[in-house]
Design a protein around this ligand. Structure first.
Ligand SMILES: [Zn+2]
Ligand SMILES: [Zn+2]
Length: 416
């Protein structure tokens, strides 16, 4: 269990400078208002931006960027505690007391799953963390033990936190980093510097950024009684560490390509009353539903309809009955396109069986077998179109191809 520390008086210090992670990634106010005004709004009424809701939107009210980062859920703050060592010797290790805070005001917990430290040009080393769960509004301490300081002068110190936000069966994982510079001056005084990333003014998301170095200094040579700068924890700027996420394979498989929330899905082999037009997943909950029920534009609940047809395009009612009304969901999570079996009979994805409720990530060339007991009845082939490591389009091709088989009988879907 984390030992909670008392509320941090200086909590909003980073927020005031615009340097907090949440402030840097928040969507413009017009978009927030548009999303709140209509639960199914897809575009901002004012600026026209795409509204992508967090998978926990009902709780956090957060809009995410294309990567899925929710500034409301991932409202992490990192502080150098006021008791930080102020003097050190070359050749000796140093301890830096840190405080990790979940500054979210929505009641959602965050889970700190990894903690990494790199000193100077050394390797990143994973640290043990005695606690994992941070409830909203909670802070927990962690002491960073440096390697022996090799020389006077400055050296870099990188701290990376990997945090997970969980909402029922969905989970997003992001890495954030603080970059410090520690130095021991000739008189043994420790200086900690950081480069703080300040989001630009409130100008409708135009967000120019400036880098403002701030300097954290210790008590003054033995006085330290009225040095107000050391009585409150010093906020450290956190930035997204997407390079680290890539290197660790935390968000999408680098071999597969990263899938963003804005990825375009295209349908092949479906008739026009069985799947919608191509485009990103724009449902409020970010889930694309597929199953036996009709599609939403035809009064049903699905985004694509799955029924079994014979070679001539005629409905096979008996086999179609084995497909659940909502059989599976597609969604983007952690930089990957994922499938979740929603129906009782499960699915097969490649050679992996998925039971009801189980999730698998998809890659190029994969086949989703809709009824594992009748593998020939209906399958969806998944093709990725990837440019520079980013999947731009996913084509979902129905097998067998009904559009071709039913050519000339376009109204075939209206029967059941
Ligand atoms: Zn807007
Ligand atoms: Zn959220």
């Amino acid at each position: 269990m984390p030992r909670s520390v008392p509320p941090i008086a200086a909590r909003s210090a980073a927020g005031r400078t615009g340097a907090s992670l949440a402030a840097a990634h928040s969507r413009p106010a017009c978009c927030q208002a548009s999303a709140a005004a209509a639960a199914d709004a897809v575009f901002c009424a004012e600026c026209g931006s795409l509204l992508l809701r967090c998978s926990a939107y009902e709780e956090c009210g957060g809009l995410v960027d294309a990567s899925g980062f929710c500034p409301s859920c991932f409202n992490l703050e990192l502080y150098l505690d006021s008791g930080a060592a102020r003097r050190a010797k070359v050749g000796a290790a140093m301890t830096l007391p840190l405080i990790v805070a979940n500054a979210g005001a929505h009641g959602r917990a965050l889970f700190i799953t990894e903690f990494w430290v790199r000193q100077g040009a050394g390797e990143r080393k994973q640290q043990e963390l005695p606690w994992e769960r941070l409830d909203a509004g909670q802070s927990a301490p962690w002491t960073l033990q440096t390697q022996p300081l090799q020389q006077t002068g400055r050296q870099g110190l990188e701290v990376i936190l990997v945090a997970a936000s969980r909402s029922r069966w969905r989970e997003e994982i992001f890495a954030v980093a603080a970059n410090l510079e520690i130095g021991v001056e000739d008189d043994g005084k420790v200086v900690v510097n950081q480069t703080i990333h300040v989001a630009g003014g409130e100008t409708a998301g135009a967000g120019h950024t400036v880098y403002a170095p701030i300097r954290i200094e210790g008590e003054d040579r033995g006085r330290g009684d009225q040095d107000s700068a050391t009585t409150a924890p010093s906020p450290l700027a956190l930035t997204r560490a997407d390079g680290f996420e890539r290197a660790r394979g935390l968000r999408g498989d680098p071999q597969v390509g990263r899938v963003d929330r804005t990825v375009r899905l295209a349908w092949k082999g479906f008739s026009s009353d069985e799947a919608g037009p191509p485009g990103p997943i724009l449902t409020p909950d970010g889930l694309l539903a597929l199953g036996r029920s009709r599609i939403k534009s035809r009064g049903g609940v699905n985004d694509a309809r799955l029924v079994v047809r014979d070679a001539g395009g005629a409905l096979n009612a008996a086999l179609s009955e084995e497909i659940s009304r909502r059989h599976f969901d597609l969604f983007v999570q952690n930089g990957a396109l994922c499938v979740r079996a929603a129906g009782q009979s499960g699915l097969r994805v490649g050679d992996q069986g998925l039971r009801q409720g189980e999730v698998a990530s998809l890659s190029d060339g994969e086949r989703i077998v809709v009824l594992p007991k009748h593998p020939q009845a209906l399958a969806i082939d998944v093709r990725f179109e990837t440019h520079h490591g980013v999947v731009e389009q996913v084509t979902l091709t129905r097998q067998p191809d009904v559009q071709r088989a039913t050519l000339g009988t376009p109204a075939a879907g209206g029967k059941s």
